[in-house]
Write a protein that binds this ligand. Structure first.
Ligand code: FDA
Length: 305
């Protein structure tokens, strides 16, 4: 219930406006958000990116945003992503830019999203940057995969995220492995109906493991994006036996950083998902909804001096 409420709050325009208008509330919530968000601006994100890249991490940077509903706002989002890609190129950071297709126009139509994605993929290619498409609610899965498949052949620098919790995903994986792009495997962050997805469970972990094994067996470019200890141990063991150094582990900024560091020191490729931007409030709510224990952490962050 807490998770469902937070998902609604995340998208509530009045709540967002209240946070912006009240300097005190803004400061309090920003304290909690800083655990998960690297900054509000591009220079702040780039500073963190350079620091983490120098330590040996790969990065997925994302200006936070989703569900853009007006054309001008979609163009503004494309401009934001373009500026990020160009800056990464200028700094010779051959990193990944993550994006949700609904941020750049999917809600206004697949053609618009595809056009914007192609524009960004071309720019990214010129700058040695990769793109990773995030996966959104199941109502959008078909459209997102459709746009991805129409772009992936021409742009192998574009990858896509698959949510193991969706019942359709094992079949989608079979098809997606025919495209060259990287597949980022996650459990799935959105509340879905049982007809559509598995809840957090042993069954979901078995499905995640099975999909990860298929990616590794096929030597398909992939990112194992989980913080789940049992999965990390098992996939680390399988990858070590079959393809040492091939699997990439990816975690959210601020979630289990010590464990990712341990994986990195063990010789594994490790990537950090680094979100930033003025829409941090939306992202904070998503992280709290996904792992309600974070509400207590957030309160501690807020009250600690
Ligand atoms: P699970 O939720 O079972 O958590 C396992 C353990 O990890 C927890 O017990 C806790 O210790 C720790 N943990 C997990 N989440 C935490 C959090 N928020 N705060 C603190 N501790 C936490 N989802 C999606 O639907 N579409 C997408 O595009 C993406 N993209 C994405 C990229 C990357 C790089 C990552 C790592 C994750 C995503 N996700 C996502 C989110 C993903 O679907 C999932 O919700 C989270 O990764 C949490 O799931 P775990 O696999 O970690 O397992």
């Amino acid at each position: 219930q807490a998770a469902a409420a937070l998902r609604i709050i995340a998208r509530d325009a009045n709540m967002k406006a209240s946070v912006r208008q009240s300097a005190e509330l803004y400061q309090l919530l920003w304290r909690a958000a800083q655990r998960f968000v690297t900054g509000e601006t591009l220079p702040e994100a780039l500073e963190s990116a350079q620091h983490l890249a120098a330590m040996g991490y790969g990065l997925s940077l994302e200006p936070i945003g989703e569900n853009t509903e007006e054309l001008a706002a979609c163009r503004a989002a494309v401009a934001t992503f373009s500026a990020l890609i160009e800056e990464l190129g200028r700094l010779s950071l051959a990193e990944t830019v993550s994006l949700d297709l609904s941020h750049i126009g999917l809600n206004l139509g697949e053609e618009l999203a595809r056009g914007h994605l192609t524009e960004l993929a071309e720019l990214a290619r010129q700058h040695g940057v990769s793109l990773m498409i995030g996966m959104e609610e199941s109502a959008k899965t078909e459209a997102i995969l459709g746009v991805y498949k129409r772009t992936a052949g021409r742009y192998p620098n574009v990858g896509v995220t698959l949510q193991a919790h969706l019942h359709r995903s094992p079949a989608d994986l079979t098809e997606l492995m025919q495209y060259p792009g990287k597949i980022r495997l996650v459990k799935g962050a959105y509340g879905e109906k049982p007809e559509v997805a598995l809840p957090r469970s042993e069954e979901l972990n078995r499905r995640y493991l099975d999909m990860a094994e298929r990616l590794l067996e096929n030597g398909h470019p992939c990112s194992i994006a989980t913080h789940d200890e049992a999965l990390l141990c098992e996939i680390g063991r399988i990858a070590g036996e079959r393809l040492p150094g091939f699997a990439e582990f990816e975690m959210l900024y601020g979630v289990r950083p010590e464990r990712l560091n341990e994986l990195r020191l063990g010789g594994n490729a490790c990537r950090i998902y680094l979100p930033y931007g003025p829409e941090w409030y939306l992202y904070l709510c998503h992280r709290l909804a996904e792992h309600p224990n974070n509400i207590f952490r957030a309160l501690t962050d807020i009250v600690s001096p």
